[in-house]
Design a protein around this ligand. Sequence first.
Ligand SMILES: [Zn+2]
Length: 283
Amino acid sequence: MQKIKLPNNLQTTINFHSSYCELHTFRKNGQDVVKPVQRMVIDGEVVCPRCRKEAQEKKLEQVENTKFKQLEQLRRYNTLYKESHVSDATILTATFENYTTECEEQGINLNSMKRYCEQFKEGSVFNIILQGNPGAGKSHLAYAMLQELNNHDRDAVPKKTCLFVSVDEMIRLIKDSFSNKDSKYTEHYFTDLLSNVDYLVLDDLGAETGAIDTGKSATNFVQSILYGVMNARQDKVTISTTNLSGKSLFNMYDKKLVSRLLRNPQYVIFKDTKDKRMEQIPF
Ligand SMILES: [Zn+2]
């Protein structure tokens, strides 16, 4: 049989050395006892095999830890793109830059949102209510803000998470999970997710009842989900968009829920609605 000749750089010479490493211990009768490990000469270098193995394991662990942290960063970054539920896919490309302003107030509202975004980046915590007619670009501005925030702290540890959820779509998915046992979109799934993200957009609040301006109130089911979420989010930023006036919100939802939604809020109101009632709600 032919002998396999290793290339020179893979040939290793190993011999025992006369000295011992005294760094290693074992436990005996509750005490650390030194267990001398004979050193070796590997390629002319005197090493303790055990120290060498431990150093290699530590290095491997550090590599694994770094990899794990990077994956966790990526998972948190992708929350916005993988877990969001939008009712209109065109929203997914929304940025502050591609928001078109057709009237002065849209420009003012755009600037307000940019200003609030900067405040969030600096660590401020408050809620925002974007209120006005459909088509004013409320969802666009809300998603644009999340994109801005999501990219801002990409390398921060821990990275803050962003999520955009159409309330109507969420309720539909939760109801669907009652009969579809394979669905991951259970009440628990959404409550947990919405409670824990750092920046949450609740899109088109009130639309889930299908009863805008009819005075009909939201079901207990919807109320309890939103209440649970808002209760858990008292120290986090929640941005809500709605076609409803403040009065309609009060008609539709439990007062305790509305007061949590409107806790410490900034209002971004679109002129077309000419509805300033929300500004007068006392809290
Ligand atoms: Zn050693």
